[in-house]
Design a protein around this ligand. Structure first.
Ligand SMILES: [Zn+2]
Length: 229
């Protein structure tokens, strides 16, 4: 017999929204694991499992890891003991088809009284462009941001004096492309949660702490409802 209800939170947000960080902070706060799709893949590679070796091969060729592989790892992870009271998902689903698979899977492992909610961290395209486009890196490993963490001398690394550069992913045209793909793919996903009244929207254009407090407030209200209802 199930004695406790599960809470499942699925985090969404554009690149640069800090959703990974926020997922980890909420995980700490309400003591349910944060499951990151990217992290699961990296762990397989690090642990040199059969799956990990296959993933490494695909990624070294610049290929995309098949969805079936990601889902297999995720669905296995969701059933682990520490996720018995629920979990947070970060970095998945990214496509409507993935969400359809996920919902089907969740129907099998959750009861009517369990709560599944989407948490959307809202950040405007303009802000994403400032956050990602302002990042600078140095060959020595140091990282900077022209607005939030500038080097003492413009374009030069404080630590080693080398010229700073922009990561390929952070170039304006690449950011614009990433945002275009994000909006196209996220729209039908978010639409589903909105229509079913299970979308928690948070203003992500604040400090990490303020965003965290915003999410805690919404999620606490949700948990109280679960406990009392
Ligand atoms: Zn340097």
């Amino acid at each position: 017999m199930r004695t406790k209800r599960k809470i499942i939170l699925i985090f969404f947000g554009p690149p640069g929204s800090g959703k990974g960080t926020q997922a980890e902070m909420i995980s700490e706060k309400i003591k349910i694991p944060a499951i990151s799709a990217g992290k699961l893949l990296r762990e397989e590679v690090e642990n040199k499992t059969e799956t990990g070796k296959a993933i490494e091969k695909i990624m070294s060729r610049g290929g995309l890891v098949p969805n079936s592989v990601i889902e297999k790892l995720l669905f296995k992870r969701m059933l682990k003991k520490d996720a018995a009271r629920g979990f947070i998902l970060d970095g998945y689903p990214r496509k409507k088809s993935q969400q359809d698979n996920l919902i089907k899977k969740l129907e099998g492992v959750t009861g009517q009284k369990d709560k599944i909610f989407a948490v959307l961290i809202n950040v405007s395209d303009k802000e994403v462009k400032i956050r990602l486009g302002g990042r600078r890196i140095c060959a020595c490993g140091a990282t900077y941001h022209i607005k939030f963490n500038p080097p003492k001398k413009k374009g030069i690394c404080d630590l080693c004096g080398s010229k700073l550069r922009i990561r390929a992913d952070d170039k304006p045209s690449v950011i614009a492309d990433r945002l275009k793909i994000y909006h196209k793919e996220i729209a039908p996903i978010i639409d589903y949660w909105k229509k079913s009244g299970r979308l928690i929207k948070v203003d992500g254009e604040r400090s990490i702490e303020a965003v965290h407090r915003g999410i805690v407030k919404s999620v606490s209200a949700l948990i109280n409802k679960i406990v009392s209802g």
